[in-house]
Design a protein around this ligand. Sequence first.
Ligand SMILES: Cc1cc2nc3c(=O)[nH]c(=O)nc-3n(C[C@H](O)[C@H](O)[C@H](O)COP(=O)(O)O)c2cc1C
Length: 387
Amino acid sequence: MARPVLRTELCDTLGIEYPVILAGMGPVAGGIDGPVATSALVAAVSNAGGLGVLGGAGFSAERLRAEINKVRTMTDKPFGVDLLLPSNFMGGAAAGEMPRDPRDLIPKETTAGLKSIASNLGVQWQEAPRPAATAPRPSGGGMSDAQMEVVIEEKIAVFASGLGSPAPWIDRLKANGTKILCLVGNVKNAKRVAGIGADAVVAQGTEAGGHTGRIATFALVPQVIDAVAPTPVIAAGGIADGRGLAAALALGAVGAWCGTAFLVAEEANQPTTQKQRVLDAGDEDTKITRLYSGKTMRNITNPLIEAWESSGLQALPMGLQGLLIQDLVYSVRQSGREDLLMNAAGQASGMLTRIRPAADILHDMVAGAAEILGRTLPARVTAVPEA
Ligand SMILES: Cc1cc2nc3c(=O)[nH]c(=O)nc-3n(C[C@H](O)[C@H](O)[C@H](O)COP(=O)(O)O)c2cc1C
């Protein structure tokens, strides 16, 4: 395959060939299969010239370290780790105030409402097996303190924070030479992360799969660029082919951070049924819901999401909502209704037509963008800067 040329300053900053980053996608479908972006996908994208980013959110600290080492056996190219650092994990309760079983914080009405929704969909409610003893969790970000120690000890080339702020760790990351990317969905948060020293801001539009905000990529990216200059901005949300990549660069972004496009990569770690649902989805088949995590997350919609959204039930803070739905996920699996599980994906799902190697997805995206940008403008546009 001929190799196209497409470079921006991001390629020099991160030591990569193409300005395309694999989003550090965490777990779907209730989490038992682990994150979507594990070693195989990360190494495939890095080896193909982009930057692979490990979705660390679903891993314990030990598993995260093992997966980092696995990536290192599969590529000698740079790669990154993404973690979620939510500030309001268990409703902000301090560790000392946390009951022995955090489930005691879940309002009875919310559990009852969810049970009734499940029952109406023919799902028989069953309690998931409980761990022997539920230890109190740290208030800051669940597992994230221990995960961050691994990122620092392993001297990872690129760290991305998907939620929250890496401020408490920033000096140690920088001392290691780690480049820091922070995902944001609005100008306010973009200024905040640029202010603490992010090396690049990832401006993610509402089109994106997974946790997402309210502002569309085309409106968000230029506003973030203006707000945080000279900090470089990477565009995310809805970018799944060469046209999207070219548009992102034309908006002034230094690169693209892509999740949904790689959801249907052969190397993506998610069940084939879920990949198929992404392929089957059209432009209107995703919906934002707080059902699965407590935060706004774009998913391929399903009857459970529709029923939760119309029920009027309020989601709990991240962490607690995760505990609330553990029994739901277990019951759904026991009932053989995998179609009701979390299937995070973006609006670009409607553009995807087949499962194929990540290297092919990346190559086509880069070649398409290079072709568009190489001839400067599509033939149907005439523009002369100074006539
Ligand atoms: C299945 C899935 C899981 C995701 N998990 C994470 C995550 O754990 N951390 C994170 O920062 N972003 C996560 N995201 C969001 C992506 O990082 C990225 O911003 C988004 O996919 C970009 O938009 P696109 O899906 O339109 O390409 C996830 C997205 C998807 C589709």
